[in-house]
Design a protein around this ligand. Structure first.
Ligand code: FAD
Length: 401
């Protein structure tokens, strides 16, 4: 049995589940409370960004947790950005000199489930269907809403780690006793997810002769599988990341107001006209474009800034709960995984002075989190203008995603 303080983690998403794994593997007694139901029983209810770009920064944490093989088994390698110009021609811009410098596309639900299994295998206890409502820091007590019984239950928690995402309830609880200097800067652009199905899932009437030939030759992917596809169009763009079974998750980033925007592209006719004009080569690849566009929600994008990430040695925020960023570098999860590694290392060596560990964690991680937040915003601004820019400028901006 460990003599160190037990750790309570709020949120068993990507960062919380990796953190729970790393801490349990280091001998800590770890309990996680997750609002959602167990994804192994009812499937993963993610709601956004179905797949994610995993880079070396994030891979390092997964490797430390002993998960390299199981993650790679589910990931699709992306060796560069395939840029689709307005006239329909496309060009691959490699990330590095060869395939030793690549990133990976991974399904959020599969990765989260794998991490939950790893946390449990390492000895962490996960309570699903438990939503943090409030915290009594003086009594070291969490008040959790049990989704099954619809009752409030209390749990003792001496050391609380908040990995409950951008809308963190632990952050709100800390803020109520010690203001954290919270500022959320909305981007003014939102996103919507669409789909390029696997070739085997295309309705036969939607298959062009070229796609039919590909499917008949045994190909599962409608476009190049080992690339992050991007259709830059000035103030807006589409990207597409491959899924292992052959589909692509397409994300349209578009302003919330002005023209065109999510306010003006609404009716099926407006959607059809907009895509025919700006993404003509992608339209035949998305047979359910109109349904997806009209049914899927518009996601909010913005940057979260906090002046402080912890309440002395009692509570600390990590991942999106501390530093949610816009996704134009594909680094939010990767940055959160770096948080998990840093904290696990610090706790392993200095867990008897929690306030000192949390302060040291914040001083090490804050400059990195602020840097990637600024770079992600900068990249968005450059990409907005890239379509009219000279070729070398377009390349420079695309080299960052
Ligand atoms: P979350 O993933 O939000 O997990 C929080 C968890 O806490 C969830 O399981 C939630 O159910 C739980 N929870 C919430 N509230 C409570 C509560 N009150 N009580 C208990 N549990 C609670 N990052 C990348 O690295 N690469 C990418 O390619 C990438 N693409 C993105 C694309 C889009 C469109 C968006 C929006 C984001 C993208 N990101 C990407 C960022 C990435 O999604 C986040 O950085 C990452 O999910 C943060 O993980 P997290 O565990 O901190 O938070």
């Amino acid at each position: 049995m460990s003599s160190r303080a037990p750790i309570t983690i709020i949120g068993a998403g990507l960062v919380g589940a990796l953190l729970g794994t790393l801490l349990a593997q280091r001998g800590f007694a770890v309990e996680l409370f997750e609002r959602r139901a167990d994804p192994r029983k009812i499937g993963y209810l993610g709601g956004r960004s179905i797949n994610l770009a995993l880079a070396e920064r994030g891979m390092h944490g997964l490797r430390l947790a002993g998960l390299t093989a199981s993650v790679m088994d589910k990931a699709v390698m992306m060796r560069g950005r395939m840029v689709h110009a307005l006239d329909g021609h496309s060009e691959l811009l490699r990330y590095g000199r060869d395939d030793s410098e690549v990133i990976w596309s991974i399904n959020r639900g599969q990765l989260n489930t794998l991490l939950i299994e790893a946390a449990e295998a390492a000895g962490a206890k996960i309570h699903f269907g438990q939503r943090l409502e409030s915290v009594d820091f003086d009594r070291s007590t969490l008040r959790m809403f049990d989704e099954t019984s619809a009752e409030i239950r209390e749990h003792e928690a001496v050391v609380m780690l908040g990995t409950d995402g951008a809308g963190s309830a632990l952050r709100a609880a800390i803020n109520a006793v010690t203001p954290l200097g919270e500022r959320f800067e909305p981007l003014g652009h939102g996103y919507k997810e669409l789909e390029i199905p696997a070739l085997g899932d295309f309705p036969p009437s939607a298959l062009s002769p070229e796609l039919t030939d590909k499917r008949d030759a045994g190909e599962r992917f409608a476009i190049e599988r080992n690339a992050l596809h991007i259709w830059p169009r000035g103030h807006y763009m589409c990207i597409a990341l491959p899924n292992a079974e052959g589909s692509f998750t397409v994300t349209l980033f578009l302003p919330n107001s002005g023209d065109p925007s999510f306010a003006t592209i609404v009716s099926p006719a407006q959607v059809a006209d907009f895509f025919a004009r700006d993404f003509a080569d992608a339209v035949p690849l998305m047979p359910s474009l109109i349904e997806d566009f009209t049914q899927n929600p518009v996601g909010v994008l913005g940057t979260l800034h906090l002046d402080r990430w912890h309440l002395d040695g009692r509570a600390l925020l990590l991942g999106d709960a501390a530093h949610a960023i816009v996704p134009f570098h594909g680094q939010g999860m990767n940055c959160g995984f770096e948080d998990a590694v840093e904290l696990a290392d610090l706790l392993e060596t200095g867990s008897h002075d929690m306030a000192g560990v949390f302060a040291e964690f914040e001083s090490r991680r804050r400059p990195n989190a602020e840097a990637i937040a600024a770079m992600a915003l900068e990249n968005y601004i450059e990409m907005r203008d890239s379509v009219a820019a000279p070729d070398f400028l377009l390349r420079r901006s695309l080299e960052r995603i």
